[in-house]
Ligand binder design. Sequence first.
Ligand SMILES: C[S@@+](CC[C@H](N)C(=O)[O-])C[C@H]1O[C@@H](n2cnc3c(N)ncnc32)[C@H](O)[C@@H]1O
Length: 407
Amino acid sequence: MEESIPSVFVPPIGGVEGQQLARRFGSVPGLLQPVEGYTLYCWAKEGPGTGIVVELGSARGYSTCWLAAANQAARRGKVFACDSFHYDENARVVPHEHVGVPLFQETIRRMGLNDWVEMRVGDSSEIGRSWSHPQPIRLLFIDADHSYEGTYLDFTAWFPHVEAGGVVAFHDIDTNPGCSQLYKCLLYFNKEIKEVASASSLRLVRKPFQDVTLFLPSSVEEAIGCYRQALERHPSDIEALTLLGTIYFEQQRLDEAERCYRSAMAVSSVSDDLYDKLAAVLGKQGKVAEAIDCYGHIANLSPQQNVNLAGFYFSQGQHAQAEACYMRVLTTAMSSPVVWSRLGFVVGLQGRIDEALACFKRAVVLQPATFSAPLDETVVYLNHLKNKFQIKVEVIDSILARPPVSS
Ligand SMILES: C[S@@+](CC[C@H](N)C(=O)[O-])C[C@H]1O[C@@H](n2cnc3c(N)ncnc32)[C@H](O)[C@@H]1O
C-alpha cells in the first residue's frame, strides 16, 4: 500500500543534540560535513522501514559513526559498512591491501560503537551483487566510487535489496560530477523516484512502493545519447537541455554546452542557475566580457548573487573588483564566515595585510565550532598569505584560536 512521504524532522545542527554528536565525532577524520552527518543520523534513527542500514564507502568511519549512533539511540540494529579500505594513515590509496581496516576499527571502538557496526571488506558493488541477508535495507548510503560508472554499479547492485519505501542517500551531489550526473539521470528518467531531503551535498530519495522498472544509462556517453533522444522528442525540454549542457561542460565540450544552455534560455523565462552556468562556460571559453555581463545580470538581482561574479573576478586576477563584489555580498550577509574569509584573501593579495587578518579573525569567530569546511578554507588562505607576505606564525595561531564553545 502506498504510504505518504515521511517527514523526518532534522533539527538545525546548532541544536543541542547535533552539537553534542558533532563534538563526540569531532576527532574522527571524515569527508562529511556535520550537517550531512546529522541528517543521516535523523533518517537512520527515525526514517521509514524495518530493515538494516548499509553504507558504501566508510573510509575512517566518520559517516559510519553518525549512522551507528542513530541505530544505537533507536535500538534499530547494525550498520553494515562496506569499503575496500585501500588506503593508509596518510590517506594514500594503496592497491590490493586492506591497510585501512585497523584504522576504521580503531575509530569504531574508540567511539563505543562496536556493537552497532559490522564491516564488509571488498569492492562495494561486488559485495552488493552477492549480498544475502534475511532483512532488506531500509537506508542505503552511497559514498564509495564517485565516478558515474562506479556509482551506477553500486546503485544497481544494491537497489534491489532496498525495501519498498526505503531510502537511498547519495553524497557529493553538485560537488563531484560523476555521481551528480548519475543522480540527476536517475531522477530525470524515473519520475517515480523523488528527492525527499537534502543537506549540503547530501541527497535522499525513496524507493517507490509500486514495482517499477528503472531506466538508467550505464555510462556518461550512454546518458548523453539518452538526453539527445529525449530532446529529439521534446526539443524545448529545459531540464534535459540543462543536464546535457552540464555533462558537456564537465567534458570541456564548451561550444556544445553553450548551445544547450542558450537553447534552454530561448525557451522561457530564464533561471538564475542557467545564467550562472552559461557564464561559467563563457569564462572557460575566454569570453571574459560576456561572462562578466552574464554573472553581472544575476549579481544585479540581489547583493548575495555577487559571490560568483567575485569568484570570476578573482580567477581573472582582478582582486579589487572581487573585493567590491564581496563587500556587496556582506551588505546582506554580514555573518557569513566564508565571505569574510574570501574577502580577507583578496584584500591580502592587494597587500593590505592588517585588514586581511581582521577579516580572517571575523571569519573564525563567526564559524560554528562544529563546521570545519569554511575554516579549512581560511587556513589555506592564511597559509598562502603567510608565504607571500611573511606573516608570523604566532599571528596566525592567535587568529585560529577559536572562541570557547558553550555546551
Ligand atoms: C569519500 S570516501 C568515504 C568517506 C566516508 N563516508 C566518511 O564519512 O568520511 C570514499 C571511500 O570509498 C571507498 N571506495 C571507493 N571505491 C570503492 C569500491 N569500488 N569498493 C569499496 N570501497 C570503495 C574508498 O576506499 C574510500 O574509503
